[in-house]
Structures are given as C-alpha cells and as structure tokens.
Design a protein around this ligand. Structure first.
Ligand SMILES: *[C@@H]1O[C@H](CO)[C@@H](O)[C@H](O)[C@H]1NC(C)=O
Ligand SMILES: *[C@@H]1O[C@H](CO)[C@@H](O)[C@H](O)[C@H]1NC(C)=O
Ligand SMILES: *[C@@H]1O[C@H](CO)[C@@H](O)[C@H](O)[C@H]1NC(C)=O
Ligand SMILES: *[C@@H]1O[C@H](CO)[C@@H](O)[C@H](O)[C@H]1NC(C)=O
Ligand SMILES: *[C@@H]1O[C@H](CO)[C@@H](O)[C@H](O)[C@H]1NC(C)=O
Ligand SMILES: *[C@@H]1O[C@H](CO)[C@@H](O)[C@H](O)[C@H]1NC(C)=O
Length: 521
C-alpha cells in the first residue's frame, strides 16, 4: 500500500522524461533539407526520400545547375516557389507559331503539361494568346471530363493595340475552369501572318499567372524573348475532405497544435492553416507559432502579446480598449474600476473557495498583508498573462516543506537563494517531489522583468532544463516551484549524472498522503 505512491511518482517522473524525449524525436524532418538552391521546400514537400509526405510531394533537386533547381514530376516541371498556403509556382513553356517574310512557317511548337496530383489554379491563371493573326486552343482534363477553350486575337495595325488590355486586339485572355490537372496548348494562324508580318511574325499562347503578365505592344514582336511563364498550381493533401481525414489521426496532416483544416477549393483533398494569430507550417508538430502582434505597435497604451491575440492596457486613470484602431485610451471619470479589480483579484486568489470565509473572519490582517505582497511581487501582472505557472498559496508550500524544515533544505544556489525539497500533489492526486526556491535577490523596481522571466521559464520545456511548475507570490520573497532535481546547478540539470537520493528518503517524502494537502489555486 505504502509503496503505491512511490511507484506512481516514479512512473510519473519516468513518463515526463519519456514524453520529452518522444517530443523531441517526433520531428523526423529536422534532418531533411529545407531548400533546393534558393528555393524553400517546406514540408509536406521534400527533396529526399522519406522527407516528403508522399510521392506526389516529392521534389527533385537537380544539382547539375550552378544554383540547384527544384523540379516536379522528376525533372520535367521546374518549380519557381512553394507557398505553405496551398499554392506553388511552376515554369510552363510558351507555345509559338512563327512565319518568315515569304509567309512559310519556320517553327511551331505545342505545349503539354501533365501534373500527377495538383491542379492549375482557376482563380490565379489565365489562358492567354498574343498575336494579330492568332487562333489558340487549350484542352485539358478535369477530374471527370474534358475541357477545352479557345482564344482568338486579331489586329490590323500595331497602333490599335492597347497596353495592358487583352480583349482580343493583339492579346486575348480567358479563364481556366476548376479541377484541371493537365493541358495541351496549340496555336495557329488564319493567314500565315502575311498581313502583319512587319510587326508580328509569330503567334503565342500560354497559361500564365494573371498577375505576372501585363500585355505590352512590345510582346507582338517576340514576346520580349520569354520562353517560359509562371503558372500557379493549387496543392492539397490526399483525396478526402477534412471531416473524413480528421478521423484518422495517424494520417491526418494538420499536425500543429494551433492549426485548422479546410477543404480544397480546387479538386479533392484538404489544406491546413495556422489559426488566426499564429504563423508557420501547420503540417509540422510545432509548426504554428504565436505572432507577436505587439511588434506592429497596435496599442495606444501598453501592449501585451497573448497566445493567438494581444491585449492593450491603458495607463492608470485612463480607460478604453487601448487600441489605436479602437477607442484608444482617454481619462476616466471615477476610479470605480479599482473596486472591481480588487474583487477580481480576490477571485483569482489561491484557494479562495475553501478558505475565504476562514480568512475573512480570523486572519483579515494576514490576508491583507498577503494581498499586498502578492501585488508587490507582480501577482496582478502575472494574472494578465495567458500562459502562466500555477500559483500556490504560502500555506500550501509551507505544508509541502514541513514549514521549511531543516531536513528539507537542499542547498543555497549561486545567488545565495535557499532551495528546499517539497512534496506536493499533482492534478491526479499523485505525490510529486519538487524543489522550492526562495528568491531573495529579486529587484522590486524591476518586478515586470521578474514576471517575464517566470513566464519564459514556465514555457521552456526541455530535457536539459529544470522545468518551472509554479510560484507563490504572497510571501515576503517569491517562491518558485521547480520540477524535482538533485543536481546543484539549477539550470543545467542533467538527469543521467545526478546523484540520486537514497530510496529511503524518497519513500519518506512520498509517503505523505496526498488527500490531506491538495488545495490548488
Ligand atoms: C539535371 O539536369 C540536367 C540538365 O538539364 C540533366 O541532363 C540531368 O539529367 C538532370 N539530372 C537529374 C538527376 O534529373
Ligand atoms: C501565306 O498566305 C498567303 C495568303 O494569306 C498565301 O498566298 C501564301 O501562299 C501563304 N504561304 C504559305 C507558305 O502558306
Ligand atoms: C522560331 O523562330 C523564330 C524566328 O527565327 C525565333 O525567334 C524563335 O525563337 C523560334 N521559336 C522556337 C520555339 O524555336
Ligand atoms: C506600351 O508600353 C511600352 C513600354 O512598356 C511602350 O514602349 C509602347 O509604346 C507602349 N505601347 C502602346 C501602344 O502604348
Ligand atoms: C487519390 O485518388 C487517386 C485516383 O482517384 C489515386 O491514384 C491516389 O492514390 C489517391 N491518393 C491518395 C493519397 O489516396
Ligand atoms: C488510418 O490510416 C492508416 C494508414 O493508411 C491505416 O493503416 C489505418 O487502418 C487507418 N485507421 C483507421 C481507424 O481508419
């Protein structure tokens, strides 16, 4: 019976370590190249086997160029860039049909592009024909049927063409339907350009990113020597909708914590996005990171970055939402809110529920003092943080250390701050060993810095680091509660070499029954 909590505690410690190891090992992509030449290749794409989500996301990085170049479909389609939002640009060739002075065809070409999985973006590309005697055709296959479209471009005189206009005079544009994943382009002339040979010997046709092509009368001569043009593709994961894909977590690609799924708007499959307020790669475990909105200075008052958002605060004596694009900060009429704050902090106050009445009747003075210390030690600043360590009561930590008994004293750290060994209960009512440190060197005029350090320490989760679990701010000097460690260098705790405590002592500490002192904030 008595050994039960010990085993639990060891299992807990063990599983904490395991969890950390697995977590850091679950980034199999760290060793994968993240670019090819100058081009970033983000997961789900990859340039070596095992680095892409599947074969359709495999990018061949051809290193025989001065700057290596990425290709899709094994060296056939050159990739210009890949964007994590579900688009990529490729270079597609221009089809031309040229005639000499006597009117005979010099050269003609056709263009065929076949994509295995991805679709030509229907919203960002246009099928374009350039010429004054030009009849162009595009044919492609959609998921279930064939599509074809044509564009005729004509003109009598170069003075009639308008720069930037593709309405059929010198240039013609039409859109591409959804779901097209391959196309064939052909171009012909009606009268072998004999009528316009002085200024337009060739007809051209191509699919191009609409933003990337602005027609100019100079294009009629030789398309300003362009041989390839950028085309935008839409990429997506798998063949399923979010609803179906989300059911199988072993294959579900939206792995980041703060990510969401959206069905592809062009063909089958789905895409992942970081939630609003986060940025990064939603296909990686830790991919979506919080955006620090405060960097763009959106507040009139002080700004605090939160997970996924931010908050503005007005200075003392001012009110409003504090936002530059909101109501800002303006002087307030009465200090009514300070009463509200007082109540609010009372609610937050540790163990408020059970001990409130007790405190009120018997230890009013102590409560007042503790609240004063709590405020002085930055408690109110900490409350405003979204991610914060657990807050313990002074009472609770005193209990956990047998009133800071000598037998619990571990050592004095490099700052001359005493560290005690304590035992407390986690959420599952299991005894865990902790180290409790009293911060005597805190600089009270820099309390904000201290609170920031707390929040940062709390957010670090690394196996070579002693994790901060919680704190107590209602004592003369703040108390910090750390994950149990025995090594005397606080921040360099290396589990393997630590001189562990004897089993006897462990047993004694862990024997303490949880149910007696589990009062958490
Ligand atoms: C790389 O490109 C060169 C030149 O285009 C080509 O000859 C070669 O086959 C390509 N290499 C691979 C591995 O595809
Ligand atoms: C070019 O077209 C003109 C009429 O437009 C025709 O007379 C001529 O034979 C054609 N030349 C060739 C080589 O097809
Ligand atoms: C076709 O011939 C013209 C004129 O000689 C030349 O400028 C153009 O590059 C050629 N096009 C192709 C695709 O070979
Ligand atoms: C179109 O713009 C180019 C310069 O980009 C200029 O040389 C040409 O004359 C313009 N053509 C017309 C018809 O305005
Ligand atoms: C999607 O469907 C196509 C054919 O419908 C199939 O060839 C391909 O393997 C499927 N891809 C996935 C990831 O299931
Ligand atoms: C999830 O996907 C994997 C791999 O395709 C498959 O082996 C497994 O059976 C799937 N699980 C469920 C519950 O569908």
């Amino acid at each position: 019976m008595n050994s039960h909590p010990v085993i639990m505690q060891l299992m807990l410690l063990g599983s904490m370590l395991m969890a950390m190891r697995i977590d850091s090992a679950s980034q199999p992509l760290l060793s994968c190249p993240s670019s090819c030449g100058d081009i970033v290749v983000p997961f789900p794409f990859g340039t070596t086997h095992g680095c892409s989500l599947d074969e359709s996301f495999f990018i061949t990085c051809n290193k025989s160029y001065n700057t290596p170049k990425p290709f899709l479909n094994f060296d056939k389609i050159e990739v210009i860039d890949i964007s994590i939002d579900g688009h990529m640009r490729i270079a597609a060739s221009v089809v031309s049909d040229c005639y000499d002075k006597s009117g005979s065809q010099i050269n003609g070409s056709i263009s065929k592009l076949t994509l295995s999985k991805f679709h030509i973006s229907s919203t960002r590309n246009k099928f374009t024909a350039v010429g004054c005697d030009t009849n162009a055709l595009v044919e492609g296959s959609e998921e279930w049927n064939q599509m074809s479209a044509g564009c005729v471009s004509w003109c009598d005189n170069i003075d009639r063409v308008v720069n930037g206009s593709c309405s059929g005079i010198g240039c013609c544009q039409t859109s591409i339907p959804k779901g097209v994943k391959d196309f064939f382009i052909g171009v012909q002339s009606f009268q072998n350009h004999s009528r316009v040979k002085t200024f337009n010997p060739c007809g051209y046709a191509f699919v191009v990113e609409a933003e990337a092509f602005k027609f100019s009368s100079l294009d009629l001569k030789d398309l300003q020597k362009r041989k390839t043009v950028p085309v935008v593709l839409d990429w997506s994961i798998g063949n399923d909708t979010c609803q179906v894909a989300g059911k199988n977590l072993s294959t579900y690609a939206c792995r980041a914590m703060h990510s969401e799924c959206s069905d592809s708007s062009n063909g089958l499959g789905y895409n992942c996005n970081c939630l609003t307020g986060f940025e990064g790669n939603p296909y990686l475990y830790d991919g979506c990171r919080d955006i620090n909105e405060c960097e763009s200075k959106p507040c009139q008052g002080t700004c605090e970055n939160l997970q996924g958002s931010y908050k503005c605060f007005c200075p003392e004596g001012f009110e409003g939402d504090g936002k530059k694009d909101g109501t800002g900060c303006h002087p307030k009429g009465r200090a009514k809110t300070s009463i509200f704050l007082y109540i609010a902090s009372g609610l937050f106050f540790p163990a408020a529920g059970s001990s409130w009445i007790f405190w009120r009747s018997k230890k009013k003075k102590v409560v007042t003092l503790r609240r004063k210390l709590y405020t002085q030690n930055g408690g109110l600043i900490l409350e405003r943080r979204s991610q914060k360590p657990r807050v313990f009561t002074a009472e609770y930590l005193r209990n956990a250390t047998d009133n800071y008994d000598e037998s619990r004293f571990v050592y004095t750290d490099t700052h001359n701050e005493p560290v005690y060994r304590g035992s407390l209960c986690n959420e599952d009512e299991v005894n865990v060993l902790v180290n409790i440190k009293r911060c005597v060197t805190i600089e009270f005029h820099r309390i904000e810095v201290f609170i920031n350090k707390l929040v940062i320490l709390f957010s670090i989760n690394h196996r070579n680091f002693v994790n901060l679990i919680g704190c107590c701010l209602e004592t003369q000097y703040p108390l910090l509660v750390y994950e149990f460690f025995t090594d005397t260098t606080l921040y360099d705790f290396i589990h393997d070499n630590a001189p562990f405590l004897s089993w006897e002592i462990r047993l004694k500490i862990a024997e303490k029954n949880c149910s007696g002192n589990c009062v958490f904030a």
